[in-house]
Design a protein around this ligand. Structure first.
Ligand SMILES: [Zn+2]
Length: 220
């Protein structure tokens, strides 16, 4: 099992190293047709809407290609109503995964106004994009397992970069890092009614009031 840092470093190196080979391949959101080349199996795990021939991944259907650089998956989503993919400027909901002191991975499972996606996609929230005030550690923003609302600010290197720097963005559900109980917000502190633990978060203005998203398919 690689640490988050190792994973991120190899991801960035790999992304840079693949710049040449990716140049001729599809980008996320691109309209593709059956038989269109998406990448190679050394770069991606082929997922729904794709097939592999001689190590090359092709689209099986007419749809939009989605490169998930964090999970290294490529899939194609059919052009049907209600299928939504993350893109710059769109608000998403996700669960915080691996965390470092200056960034966290986010598993995006909802995009736009309650529109479900056909898969879960990886995003990164960096500490500098978390709030308009100075923050020492990501622990003050969110922690693994939390549900956050964020906005996509960049798809650089085909990775969804997120921000929570807005009053309607941030943690919508936070869980005690000691006992796992849902935390209650009191002024600037997050309080656990079960074990008394006190933590900090960068919350959205409607913390705890959003319909609890269905997260049963998301690994904590
Ligand atoms: Zn607790």
């Amino acid at each position: 099992m690689y640490s988050f840092g190792e994973r991120l470093n190899s991801l960035i190196l790999k992304t840079k190293g693949n710049a040449m080979t990716l140049k001729n391949d599809q980008r996320s959101g691109t309209l593709v047709v059956p038989g269109e080349r998406l990448g190679v199996i050394e770069e991606f795990i082929p997922d729904s809407g794709t097939y592999v021939k001689d190590g090359v991944i092709f689209s099986k259907i007419v749809g939009r290609a989605l490169m998930d650089m964090l999970n290294r998956r490529v899939s194609v989503y059919p052009l049907t109503k209600g299928v939504t993919v993350p893109k710059v400027g769109v608000t998403v909901v996700g669960q915080v995964g691996n965390a470092q002191s200056d960034n966290v991975l986010v598993r995006i499972f909802e995009v736009g106004a309650k529109k479900k996606m056909s898969g879960v996609f990886g995003g990164i929230l960096h500490i500098s994009d978390a709030s308009d005030r100075y923050i020492d550690s990501m622990n003050e923003v969110c922690r693994p397992g939390d549900i956050i609302r964020a906005k996509v600010i960049s798809e650089k290197n085909q990775i969804f970069h997120l921000t929570t720097d807005d009053k309607n963005l941030g943690v919508v559900y936070a869980f005690c890092s000691v006992c796992g109980n849902l935390l209650e917000q009191t002024r600037n502190e997050m309080h656990c009614t079960k074990c008394g633990n006190i933590e900090r978060r960068k919350t959205a203005f409607n913390y705890g009031k959003e319909d609890l998203p269905v997260v049963e398919n998301v690994q904590p």
